[in-house]
Design a protein around this ligand. Structure first.
Ligand code: SF4
Length: 284
C-alpha cells in the first residue's frame, strides 16, 4: 500500500513538472536568425526583455523595461505619414523557441553554430532561461548566454551547467564611473566574472568602447590589467565593440532620452590600438 502511494506521488510530481515546463513562458522582444556575432557559427539569437542596467548608449532601449509596451511608429509612404502602433515584448513558451531554432538547424549544424540568449539581461528570467537551455541542449545545440554580468550569483549557478559559452560584458572597472553611465555598480559584475572563471566556464569577454565613458587609455588599461590577472585557457577571446548610433531612433519610441546625441564614433585606428593592448594578454 505504501509503495503504491509513493508511486502515485512520484507520478503526480512528474505530471506537475511537465505541466510547469509546458506552461512556463518568457518575455522576449526580438528573435534574430542567422546571427554571426553572438558566438561561433551561424546562430539564432533570442532577446529577453528586461535589464537591470540603463546604459546611456544602449542599442536596444526597448529591451530594458520588464513589461511589454506599446509604441507608436511614424512611417512614410511617399509624402504621406501615418502612425502605426505595435507592442514590443511577447511571451513565448519553450517549445516555440525550440521551433525557431529547428527551422535553421541545417545552417546551424553546417557552420558549427548554435543558439544565443541575449537581451536585455537574460538572467533576469533565470528559471525560464535554465529550462530553455536544457531543452536546447537536449536538441543538440551549442548554447551561449550574452550577459551584462549584473545578476544574482544564484542565477548564474542555475544556468552555468547548461551553458556552453558566456559572452560577458565588462564595461568599466571604476565603480563610480560604471554607476554614472550604467546605473549600477561594477563590483557585482567583476565578482561574478571571477565566479565564472573559477567555476571553469568558457567565456568571451566583450568590451563596448563608448566615447566619453571608457574610450581613454587609462580605462582600457584598467580592464586589460583586470583580465591579465585572470587569463586562463577558459577565456576564449576578448572582443571590442565600438560605439555606433544604431538604436538612437528607438529612444523616443521607448520614452527615454538619448544622452549620446552628438557623440561621434571612435576612429578605427584608435580601436586598433586598444585591440593590440588586449591581444598582448590573450593566450595563444
Ligand atoms: S546591459 Fe546591455 S541591454 Fe542592458 S542597458 Fe546596458 S547595453 Fe542595454
Amino acid at each position: 500500500m505504501v509503495i503504491y502511494q509513493l508511486a502515485m506521488l512520484k507520478g503526480l510530481y512528474i505530471i506537475i513538472f511537465v505541466f510547469l515546463l509546458l506552461t512556463m513562458r518568457g518575455l522576449l522582444f526580438d528573435i534574430k536568425r542567422f546571427t554571426t556575432e553572438d558566438g561561433p557559427g551561424i546562430r539564432v539569437t533570442y532577446f529577453f526583455k528586461g535589464c537591470p542596467m540603463s546604459c546611456i548608449w544602449c542599442h536596444n532601449p526597448e529591451g530594458i523595461g520588464q513589461e511589454s509596451m506599446k509604441v507608436n511608429r511614424v512611417e512614410r509612404v511617399g509624402s504621406a505619414r501615418f502612425t502605426k502602433s505595435e507592442v514590443v515584448g511577447r511571451e513565448y513558451d519553450i517549445e516555440e523557441l525550440v521551433d525557431v531554432a529547428a527551422r535553421e538547424r541545417p545552417f546551424i549544424e553546417q557552420s558549427g553554430g548554435g543558439v544565443t540568449f541575449s537581451g536585455g539581461e537574460p538572467l533576469m528570467q533565470s528559471e525560464f532561461l535554465k529550462r530553455t537551455l536544457i531543452r536546447m541542449r537536449e536538441e543538440g545545440y551549442h548554447t551561449a548566454v550574452d550577459t551584462s554580468g549584473f545578476a544574482e550569483r544564484e542565477h548564474f549557478m542555475l544556468i552555468m551547467p547548461h551553458t556552453s559559452l558566456f559572452l560577458y560584458d565588462i564595461k568599466h572597472i571604476d565603480d563610480a564611473r560604471h554607476r554614472e553611465f550604467t546605473g549600477v555598480t561594477s563590483k557585482r559584475v567583476l565578482e561574478n566574472f571571477d565566479f565564472l572563471v573559477e567555476g571553469g566556464a568558457d567565456i568571451v569577454v566583450r568590451i563596448p568602447v563608448i566615447p566619453g565613458f571608457n574610450d581613454d587609455e587609462e580605462s582600457m588599461k584598467a580592464v586589460r590589467d583586470f583580465l591579465g590577472d585572470r587569463m586562463c585557457d577558459r577565456i576564449k577571446g576578448i572582443d571590442l565593440l565600438p560605439y555606433h548610433r544604431t538604436g538612437s531612433g528607438k529612444y523616443s519610441l521607448s520614452g527615454r532620452e538619448y544622452l549620446m546625441e552628438g557623440k561621434k564614433p571612435i576612429a578605427d585606428s584608435q580601436i586598433d590600438a586598444y585591440r593590440s593592448l588586449f591581444s598582448a594578454i590573450l593566450l595563444k
